[in-house]
Design a protein around this ligand. Sequence first.
Ligand code: IVH
Length: 674
Amino acid sequence: MSKEAIKTRIAELSKDIEAHNYNYYVLDKPTVSDYDFDMMLEELIKLEKEHPEFALLDSPTQRVGGQITKEFKSVKHKYPMLSLSNSYSTEDMEDFDRRVREGLGLSNDLFGGAVDYVCELKFDGLSIGLTYINGQLQQAVTRGDGVQGDDVTTNAKTIRSIPLKLKGHYPNEFEIRGEIFLPRRAFDQINKEREEIGETPLANPRNAASGTMKMQDSKVVAKRKLDCFLYFLLGEQVPHQKHSENLEAAKSWGFKVSEHTKVCHGINEVLKYIEHWDKARHQLPYDIDGIVIKVNDYKQQQHLGFTAKSPRWAIAYKFKAEQVSTQLEKITYQVGRTGAITPVANLKPVLLAGTTVKRASLHNADIIEKLDVREGDFVFVEKGGEIIPKIIGVDLTKRPEHLAKTKYITHCPECNTELIRHEGEALHYCPNENGCPPQVKGKMEHFVSRKAMNIDSLGGETIEQLYEAGLLRNIADIYDLKKEQLLPLERMAEKSAQNLIAGIEKSKEVPFERVLFAIGIRHVGETTAKKIARKVKNIDTLSSLNKEQLAEIDEVGETIADSILDFFSNNDNKIIIERLKQSGLQFEINVEDVQPGSDKLKDLTIVISGVFSKHSRDEYKDMIERNGGKNSGSISKKTSFVLAGDNMGPEKLKKAESLGVKILNEDDFLEMLK
Ligand code: IVH
């Protein structure tokens, strides 16, 4: 392809991909198959890599992430980011309307002087201010303390519904504010993955969304499926004098504006809107925690002005967390995959926020103690921002006489092992990780899962069946299974048994990094396993490292180092690993996965500084050694060159310049090794 043709192709792909993004994420109307979309994106990534000079400033490849933000820059808001005052009842709302009408001199109007309000859903996420200059996304800043917030532009660019480039007739410069949130399905998915690696689930989508926006690695943010509704336009050149019309305009420029926004004439229509959404909110695919009501006309807004903290022309109506009272029939205890014990309240079924609730979490022993909740009590159950309903109190007026005080269990309800509780932790654990049925089965489910050993012929039900039949007691047993043992089992025909064995056999090719993830060391997720595998190369080295050595590995902090040490100090684990080795699993990094060595850097002393996007620091250190070079921590006359990423330390930079030491970026460096 000629250079001109490549340039045109890059522009064409960028435009088409963004159009598909818009149709899918803003309009909710996909216009291309996932496969075709992925192919286009892949082609664009490749072309941009080969010809970075043609990549557009607003290229959709930025949505895939990859850039790291080491520290979020603090930015002063051009317009302070105010919050709204809250109201909780019809009376509060009527008071608000009265204040507005009085403020506007309409209260004595013969016809009631009804004001036009815009009613909007109050999205439960984190607020964001997006600045656009000449139609291009310039900056995304969080609310912070309202005066200044954090620059999270790189992460915001990965959110597909935030336009990188606008359409139509927009002002040259403006800010638009909105809410970044996590749809409930995406939230459930994150928690499922967290549970798989033994992390505690996140409490609610709001925390998950704000946690995600503060992550340093935008690639991880890109995977999180955040979304963004916009609801407030600011700037000197906004096109209309009514909020509702500006929202319509923003929609035409490509922003995602909620279709549920409505202009209401007078307070009675507002109250109807509130009443409707108080019930209908449970059917939305994302959480809202109330309704926002804004005076539509800008002249009226101006006339009303602001108090010190919030506008007088807007208010938030907050939904009450729904609450019911029901009887607690029994407290049972669940054992999770990591051995964590969760006390569960089994309730007399009751209707709450659109669903029948039969169970609620009681969290831990301290909460039971604090609430003094007892079997037989009448309890108040609430469904707030959290997914699982919680018990918020006991109705002591209804407590039947002689109810026994709850005694927390001391032994595991599944395997009868004595429970432990670590210093400073709220949860009790069953320490019998290789013998307690739910822990063992959970470990196996994780082991066979797609991102681990990917044995899809061995699903949860089959694991249960094989466990019950006594054929599986730990992950190493999987590789001892024989077809003849499977055939007598229910629902197991010749073909399925054969498939099962073939799937197990095939998994022996799974590379070391995934095996390391599969064996289920607490807190070692997919990415950490990859980093560890690349660094240590094989399991024997890993098991021989001490805490300090472990903590030197990228992504391994004290908690992970401790849990790796714990894992290898357990004799059962040692036996299991030994058996898996005998079965032929990959416990060493495959030499073909690692780039071959050379002597291209022979006699060179290299200093690494800054943050890199294509490889981690450890990977670069490794490359230097493999190619005959020497890593050094400080710059001196002997330094051959500095391999510098983003945000290279200013001291280092000064020193390199004063000594005349060359500075190479990662592209130069990779080119050198080619
Ligand atoms: S308008 C001056 N509209 O609720 C008006 N806020 O305390 C500024 N929020 O910080 C806000 N949905 O994060 C507005 N439709 C909506 C909203 C909304 C959610 C959040 C926002 C703000 C808080 C209000």
